[in-house]
Design a protein around this ligand. Structure first.
Ligand code: NAD
Ligand code: COI
Length: 330
């Protein structure tokens, strides 16, 4: 069968080619993200698409896919927040994702950010970059093992993070509206978590109802000098409120892998060739902020699994009419 891959990254090519050679299928590969214009580039006979992007999959795209007889979109990642699922349903396009390609990849990255912030490495690096060896010696760190860590969201990634934090000896508390039954996780209310945590680590989906779950009022409830890390979705934190809390010292350090304006910034980058985000630029200059470009997932294990699991979903949709990770429209 003939498939197409959009948002294809150079690190994925070997896995896509290996899969095609092994299974005898053909995959057209496009580096562009999938949208209502780039869909025109697929050749006739393509029956399914695998996609990878954080910018939107629109209703218009799904209409065009259906008109081309392409009824399946299999994304290579977890988050569904950028997919117009109603648009997919209206066009009769079925969608799958890869809910678990390597939860520990993201959990380990979140902990890496916490470690960087807890030992003030950004400040140390800044002094050394200014040739100020002595200044770099004055940032006393804190130990994760002596801290209370609040994990928000105890799904696959949150639970992987809890295990790692416990390994340091930290006291770990958690909040999730759907607690894991019969687990040993120490659940508290969201307000208790905000009030008690020295370190807050977010692992919840970017559903509309979770937008700005961490806003100015939430920062007010936190301990002074809290560290907060977001490797989940940018919309969870009100970035302007975070900036205010960083400036006031309420927040001692922030780790942001998923930036609130990332989607729009990436669209600007595609259209105009530049990112141009003053808030990003301001945060980039702050030594107590560690920013990364949505790469918490990015390990060799994860990339291989994303490709393999996504293509397994796609071929199973086409051959058997079902896919293990089909996403329910809603
Ligand atoms: P999951 O579905 O296994 O778990 C999510 C958990 O969040 C669920 O238990 C759910 O009940 C809980 N939740 C929902 N709303 C909540 C709220 N308001 N407060 C507390 N808990 C809430 O998902 P997962 O695999 O753990 O992934 C979590 C998120 O991580 C994904 O939705 C995705 O947005 C993000 N992610 C980021 C990267 C990255 O590279 N940065 C990679 C993969 C996933
Ligand atoms: C996800 O899998 O949901 C991610 O956030 C990874 C991303 C690069 C799309």
């Amino acid at each position: 069968m003939k498939l197409a891959s959009f948002g294809t990254r150079s690190d994925e090519v070997q896995f896509l080619n290996e899969w095609a050679a092994r299974t005898g299928n053909e995959i057209e590969q496009f580096t562009e993200t999938l949208n209502e214009d780039t869909i025109d580039n697929v050749s006739d006979g393509v029956v399914g698409i695998t996609g990878f992007q954080t910018v939107p999959y629109s209703a218009e795209l799904f209409k065009k896919m259906a008109a081309r007889g392409i009824k399946f979109l299999s994304i290579r990642n977890v988050g569904l927040d950028n997919i117009d699922l109603q648009g997919a349903q209206a066009a009769g396009v079925r969608v799958s994702n890869v809910p678990a390609y390597s939860p520990s990849a993201i959990a380990e990255f979140a902990v890496t950010m916490v470690m960087h912030l807890a030992r003030n490495l950004g400040q140390v690096e800044q002094h050394l970059a200014n040739n100020d060896y002595n200044g770099a010696m004055h940032y006393m760190g804190r130990e994760i093992g002596q801290s209370t860590v609040g994990v928000v969201g105890t799904g696959r990634i949150g639970r992987a993070a809890i295990q790692i934090f416990r390994g340091f000896g930290a006291k770990v508390i958690a909040y999730d509206p759907y607690p894991v039954k019969n687990s040993d996780i120490d659940y508290v209310t969201v307000d208790e978590l905000l009030a008690q945590s020295d370190i807050i680590d977010l692992h919840v989906p970017g559903l509309p109802e979770n937008t700005h779950m961490i806003d100015a009022a939430a920062f007010d409830k936190m301990k002074d000098g809290v560290i907060i890390v977001n490797t989940a979705r940018g919309n969870l934190i009100d970035t302007k409120a975070l900036l205010a809390a960083l400036r006031s010292g309420k927040v001692a350090g922030a780790g942001i892998d998923t930036f609130e304006y990332e989607e729009q910034d990436l669209l600007n980058l595609e259209k105009e060739g530049s990112f141009n985000d003053p808030i990003w630029d301001e945060m980039l200059k702050m030594p107590n902020v560690v920013l990364s470009p949505h790469i918490a997932y990015f390990t060799a294990t994860a990339v291989r699994n994303m490709v393999e699991f996504s293509l397994a979903n796609l071929t199973s949709f086409i051959n058997d009419g079902t896919a293990k990770n089909e996403v329910a429209y809603k």
